[in-house]
Design a protein around this ligand. Structure first.
Ligand code: BG6
Length: 306
C-alpha cells in the first residue's frame, strides 16, 4: 500500500453525465485520487484522459471539428467495422461518427472487477441507414473504465446478431499527447513485420531498436506482443499500452506536409501527437451468427527512468 491508500478508502469514484456544446451527452469519470476521463456519446469516443494532477494525456487538435457526424481529431476514435478505406464504407468505418447510447443493463463482463473504479457502458446497434452500406446486424458494447490509479481501459464487445457470418477490422485510434515527436521512442515493435501505408501496404520488417520519428509514419505492425511502450523523454513519462484480442499496432504521425493537408489539424501539431493504436487489421475478425468478440486495451502512465 502506498501513502495514498488510507485517504482513498474514503473517496469514491464518480460518474457524471452532462451535455456538451452540441447538446450531446458526455460522461465524466473521476477516480478517487482525482484522475479523470471524458467520453462522448458522439462516436463512443474518449475525448480526454487526465492524471490526478490534471495533466491531459491525449492530444486533441485545436482545429478539431466538434460537430457530429465528423469524428473529432483527437482522443480515442473507434475504427469499426473497418480500418482505413476500402469499398464504399467510409474511412475507418462509421462507429466513430454515430451517436451511441448509455447501456443501462450490460451483460456481465468476465474478469472486470468494478471496485472503486469509475466506468460507463455504451452501446451501438446497427442503425438502419448503415445496413445499406454494411449489411450486417451487430451489437457493439464498450466499457470505458478508469481505475483508482488512473489507468484507462476500454473493453469492446461486438456480437453478431445476423443470421449470416460477417468480418470486420478494428482499431482504438489513440492520439497520445507528446512533448515533441523527435524526442519520442516506441518500444515493443522491434523485429516485427509491418504493412506500410505509405508504400501501398507493402510488407517490411522492422530492423532497428526502438522506433523513433523523423518523417511521416503510417504503418500497421503485425502480431505484436501484448505490451507496447511510448517513451516521452522530454516529459520524462512513458505510456504503456496493454492489449488483448488485438494483434496489430498502428503507428501514425502525418508529419509536416500531410499535416498541412488535413483540414482539422494544425500545421505544427504533428509535433505534439503520436497515434499508437491497438488494432485487428491484417486478419479481420470473423464472427458467426450469435458469436461475440472482445478486444481490450489498457493505457497507463509511468514516470520513466530513461
Ligand atoms: C491513420 C491511418 O491511422 O489514420 C492514416 O493509417 C490516416 O492513413 C489517419 O490518415 C487519420 O485518419 P482520419 O480518417 O481520422 O483522418
Amino acid at each position: 500500500m502506498d501513502h495514498h491508500s488510507a485517504a482513498d478508502e474514503n473517496q469514491r469514484a464518480t460518474v457524471e453525465i452532462s451535455k456538451d456544446e452540441n447538446g450531446i451527452s458526455q460522461v465524466l469519470l473521476r477516480s478517487p485520487r482525482g484522475a479523470s476521463a471524458r467520453v462522448s456519446l458522439h462516436g463512443g469516443q474518449v475525448r480526454s484522459w487526465k492524471t490526478e494532477r490534471g495533466e491531459e494525456l491525449l492530444f486533441t487538435s485545436a482545429k478539431a471539428n466538434l460537430k457530429p457526424p465528423a469524428a473529432v481529431r483527437g482522443g480515442i476514435p473507434i475504427c469499426f467495422p473497418q480500418f482505413g478505406k476500402r469499398g464504399s464504407l467510409e474511412q475507418h468505418g462509421f462507429a466513430r461518427n454515430r451517436i451511441w447510447a448509455i447501456d443501462e443493463n450490460p451483460p456481465p463482463l468476465q474478469s472486470a472487477d468494478s471496485t472503486n473504479k469509475a466506468f460507463i457502458d455504451l452501446f451501438l446497434k446497427s442503425p438502419d441507414d448503415d445496413l445499406k452500406i454494411w449489411p450486417h446486424s451487430f451489437e457493439f458494447r464498450i466499457r470505458v473504465n478508469l481505475s483508482i490509479d488512473g489507468c484507462l481501459s476500454l473493453i469492446s464487445r461486438i456480437r453478431n446478431v445476423n443470421c449470416k457470418p460477417f468480418s470486420f477490422s478494428f482499431a482504438y485510434h489513440t492520439y497520445f499527447s507528446v512533448s515533441d515527436i523527435s524526442e519520442v521512442r516506441v518500444e515493443g515493435l522491434e523485429t516485427l513485420d509491418y504493412l506500410d501505408n505509405l508504400c501501398n501496404r507493402e510488407r517490411f520488417t522492422e530492423q532497428g531498436d526502438a522506433l523513433t520519428f523523423e518523417s511521416e509514419v503510417d504503418r500497421v505492425y503485425l502480431s505484436s506482443r501484448d505490451a507496447v511502450a511510448v517513451f516521452d523523454h522530454e516529459r520524462k513519462r512513458t505510456f504503456v499500452m496493454r492489449k488483448e484480442g488485438l494483434p496489430d499496432v498502428v503507428v501514425w504521425n502525418p508529419w509536416e506536409k500531410k499535416a498541412r493537408a488535413i483540414a482539422d489539424f494544425g500545421d505544427d501539431e504533428y509535433k505534439q501527437m503520436l497515434c499508437v493504436d491497438a488494432a485487428a487489421i491484417e486478419k479481420p475478425i470473423a464472427l458467426k451468427p450469435g458469436e461475440e468478440w472482445t478486444g481490450r486495451v489498457e493505457l497507463s502512465l509511468v514516470a520513466s527512468i530513461q
